[in-house]
Ligand binder design. Structure first.
Ligand code: ATP
Ligand code: MG
Length: 406
């Protein structure tokens, strides 16, 4: 390992492990960006976007990038993180959307007659109204019918005004969208509402594009909610970075002339290997390696970094599992396909070999359900399971090794 500390002024550690923190260099993602660009060019809009992938794979920062792409292509942009509270019932979701839209439409004035579903014109005296939140909510409340009728009417008015006065369409981008759900027991269907409203607006030729971002449970949930969701969305799944992209993510941020740290070939290879190509891990490991080298160390402190990663990233998630669930997760972690997909049958067979008291297939299915609810595994559309946390199997194997060492 070689390291060179050059004399330099004020070059601080560029790496940014965190949720939604823009990386110093956003590596790869060109195919995904091209797909999104194609969706922006649709006229009329027929297909929306689901952007999905495991925790820390780079969904949120890519969404930010998409925003800067959309603006020059004739789109305005609204959206936030969708908390469970925002989608607890239909009315709450509708008001959430109106709050977001109002930020963009507040400066638009429309003739009152255009913003006049029943009763609204009588409420004010001037000939025009601006589409601020109060106006949007007023329209929403005054339209008769179901929440979906109201929301369609008010969004149509806002979209027409945006197209006519600014010549733009509107992207609705919602992160953490896996939090949304219908609640049949309470007779509240916010997720169905969202899908139905966008489908209807798009059928009318209005320029609205829905972008939903979330964990891999998101798309199966959408399709379960409304089968037409299958045709409504292009699904873009972010995976690990290729070796070349991963090297870019590591090397480019330290390639500036005044960077005090040089990473030699062997160190770069080691980081590619340790990170598995997962963006959050790249940032996490590079941040520590940078600090270590800036302090004069010459070897990557692999053990120390992995321990820190275990305590900062994995332990909190492991803590969500019960003792018996952990036993099951240990069995899974030693499957050959643990880093990919696994089935109930594979787990049952391995548990027979490994455990004195093996799990039955039905018990495994039931426990996988509970582990999905805890966001530790997820079931894909073909009924197979995967870890929802990248490289979880390696963490569990490290735990096992520690325990065996005592
Ligand atoms: N293409 C990339 N190249 C380099 N670093 C990246 C890339 N994408 C994301 N990162 C870094 O990875 C980390 C995680 O990114 P981000 O928060 O966008 O992931 P996420 O998929 O939204 O995670 P979560 O599911 O937890 O919301 C951040 O520190 C970010 O800077
Ligand atoms: Mg995110």
């Amino acid at each position: 390992m070689t390291k060179c500390i050059r004399m330099a002024k004020a070059f601080s550690n560029p790496f940014r492990p965190g949720a939604g923190h823009p990386p110093p260099y956003l590596a790869g993602r060109t195919a995904e960006t091209d797909e999104f660009r194609a969706l922006l060019r649709q006229d009329p809009v027929l297909t929306n976007l689901v952007l999905t992938g495991l925790r820390g794979v780079g969904k949120t920062v890519l969404l930010d990038q998409f925003r800067s792409l959309a603006l020059p292509l004739g789109w305005a942009w609204v959206g936030t993180d969708l908390s469970e509270a925002a989608s607890v019932d239909e009315d709450r979701l509708a008001l959430r959307l109106l709050t977001d839209v109002a930020v963009i439409t507040a400066g638009l004035a429309v003739a009152k007659v255009d913003a006049t579903p029943i009763g609204f014109a009588r409420a004010r005296s001037s000939k025009t109204v601006t589409l601020d939140y109060a106006t949007l909510e007023g329209i929403y409340r005054s339209v008769p019918g179901l929440v979906s009728d109201k929301l369609k009417a008010v969004l149509a008015i806002a979209l027409r005004a945006l197209a006519a006065q600014r010549g733009v369409g509107l992207v609705f981008a919602y992160d953490e969208a896996q939090n949304m759900a219908d609640h049949a027991t309470r007779d509240q269907y916010p997720l169905s509402l969202l899908l139905e409203v966008f489908q209807s607006l798009q059928k009318q030729g209005l320029r609205a594009l829905l972008v939903l971002v979330g964990l891999p449970t998101l798309f199966p949930k959408l399709v379960e909610t409304r089968t037409f969701a299958e045709r409504m969305f292009r699904v873009v799944t972010l995976g690990r970075l290729s070796d070349a992209e991963c090297r870019d993510a590591i090397v480019k941020p330290v390639s500036a002339a005044n960077c005090p740290v040089d990473l030699d070939e062997r160190s770069v290879e080691q980081i590619v290997d340790l990170s598995g190509g997962y963006p959050y891990f790249v940032q996490f490991i590079c941040r520590d390696v940078y600090d270590a080298f800036a302090r004069g160390q010459t070897e990557i402190p692999v053990d120390a970094i992995l321990r820190k990663l275990d305590s900062d990233f994995f332990h909190g998630r492991w803590a969500r599992a019960t003792d018996r669930q952990r036993e099951l997760l240990r069995v899974i972690a030693f499957l050959d396909s643990a880093d990919d997909e696994f089935t109930v049958q594979q787990i049952a067979a391995a548990s027979k070999k490994l455990l004195a008291k093996p799990f039955s297939a039905s018990h495994i299915s039931q426990m996988l359900g509970a582990l999905s609810d805890a966001s530790l595994v997820y079931k894909n559309r073909h009924g197979r399971y995967s870890f929802a946390v990248p490289m979880m199997e390696q963490f569990i194997r490290r735990l096992e090794a520690d325990e065996r060492r005592g």
